[in-house]
Design a protein around this ligand. Structure first.
Ligand code: ZN
Length: 432
């Protein structure tokens, strides 16, 4: 953690100013705020531009590259400015679950209220890491608490990223933790348990009515590597069930994210027409082709796989170590096939004290250029969220979600773990 007491204080002061409406650039009619960037990666071009001034008025970008008039100037001349980062797979209600015991402990011993308090801290952490927008993919047993965190951020009660939320997610009976307790002991579940086509439609309606932006399904479980190297699974939903859920969500103009790590889970999800494949450790070439042609996004979440592998292997599941290698091969094939890839980390699956921007290094290690990895976390991620008119690039008219790093992230992508300036909607939350 790079957050010192000093910067915390600074952020606190900015927040106080923000809450009392005093932050410059926040009120309409105020003079613009200028950001003097040493370099600018605008998210449209992969070529950085030198010495660019960004004019921010209210919550939006007014001009990129003009000369400053009167107004406040933030000196970022030693920094590279880029669009606010977007993490399309997070769990702010979770504090890391390397093993089943970690997970069970949170659901059994922490009330949803306590978990929500922790989530507000995670939301703040996400913003301080430079993630100005997140798609939070289910609360893991904390009900609709993500809707409330989103609301508190929107209302300016707490600092945090823009959020799209999935609420409870769905899986079938017997497939999702908590598992393994005596049949006569009622235990909470990390998802809404859904069986059958009609139940699926009903759950979609229920979750949307309570504030879900996305519907999340768990499409497979129980992974094993076949002798021919294919990562196999037990599919959870039948294809009919998945199709009904996707149809109902789409009918209500909402998108579906599918946790699918292996052969059948991915294939069924693609057939059912989901909008994003989460994790996708193994995907056949045929399914990659379908994903490419239908514009289904791939959210690979690489870092978390490596992070949990050893712990889970030690707890008796060595398959998680093999899955990392299979994942790399799939990622490289997906790139070759031209599948749209969006940055997502599964933060919360690992401790929020770890900067999710570690994912960038993994994407580059597995074959992306730093520019491609940054695009996955900006313009491409914005497209997955249907927010490409508002965020993901730095251009006039878009929301002023701008971060900066001390150096050139195209030379050293790990600099994205050192975001030291964060502006969201024209409000500064962190300064170098
Ligand atoms: Zn997840």
């Amino acid at each position: 953690m790079r957050t010192t007491i000093e910067t915390r204080l600074g952020i606190g002061l900015v927040m106080i100013a923000f809450l009392s409406g005093l932050a410059v650039g926040q009120m309409p009619g105020q003079p613009p705020v200028y950001l003097k960037c040493g370099w600018l990666l605008d998210g449209k071009s992969d070529q950085p531009r030198k010495d660019v001034i960004i004019a921010v008025e209210g919550e939006k970008i007014r001009e990129v590259g003009g000369a400053p008039a009167s107004g406040q100037m933030a000196d970022l001349s030693r920094e590279t400015c880029l669009p606010g980062l977007i993490d399309t797979h997070t769990h702010i209600l979770l504090q890391g679950d390397i093993t089943a015991a970690d997970y069970d402990e949170q659901l059994l011993k922490q009330s949803p209220e306590y978990r929500t308090i922790l989530a507000t801290v995670n939301a703040r952490r996400a913003l301080e890491y430079g993630f100005t927008t997140i798609r939070d993919l289910e609360t893991e047993g904390a009900g609709y608490a993500d809707v409330d965190v989103k609301k508190a951020i929107l209302n300016g009660v707490i600092p945090g990223p823009r959020m799209q939320v999935a609420t409870r997610a769905m899986d079938v009976t017997g497939a999702y933790p908590l598992q393994g307790y005596a049949p006569n002991v009622p235990v909470p579940h990390g998802v809404q348990v859904v069986d059958g086509v009609e139940d699926g439609r009903k759950a979609v309606r229920e979750q949307i009515s309570h504030g879900a932006d996305w519907i999340k399904v768990y499409s497979d479980r129980s992974y094993f590597v076949r002798p021919d190297g294919v990562l196999d699974d037990i599919p959870t939903f039948t294809l009919d069930e998945l199709k009904a859920i996707v149809d109902e969500a789409h009918r209500e103009r909402h998108k579906v994210a599918s946790h699918a790590m292996a052969l059948h889970g991915v294939h069924n999800s693609v057939e059912a027409g989901v909008d994003s494949i989460e994790h996708g450790n193994y995907i056949t070439d045929e399914d990659l082709k379908t994903m490419q042609s239908r514009g289904i996004f791939y959210v690979p979440t690489i870092f978390v796989g490596d992070y949990v592998a050893r712990g889970r292997a030690n707890a008796g599941s060595p398959v998680w170590l093999q899955m990392v290698q299979i994942h790399e091969d799939t990622f490289r094939r997906a790139m070759k096939a031209g599948v749209k890839i969006a940055f997502g980390t599964d933060a919360g699956g690992f401790d929020w004290k770890v900067d999710p921007a570690k994912e960038f290094g993994y994407m580059v290690k597995w074959g992306m250029t730093p520019a491609q990895a940054i695009r996955a976390a900006t313009a491409s991620a914005a497209e997955l969220l249907g927010m490409q008119d508002k965020v993901g690039t730095i251009e006039p008219g878009k929301l002023a979600d701008i971060v900066a790093v001390p150096g050139d992230p195209l030379k050293d992508v790990s600099l994205l773990e050192q975001v030291d300036f964060v502006m969201k909607g024209g409000v500064v939350y962190k300064k170098p």
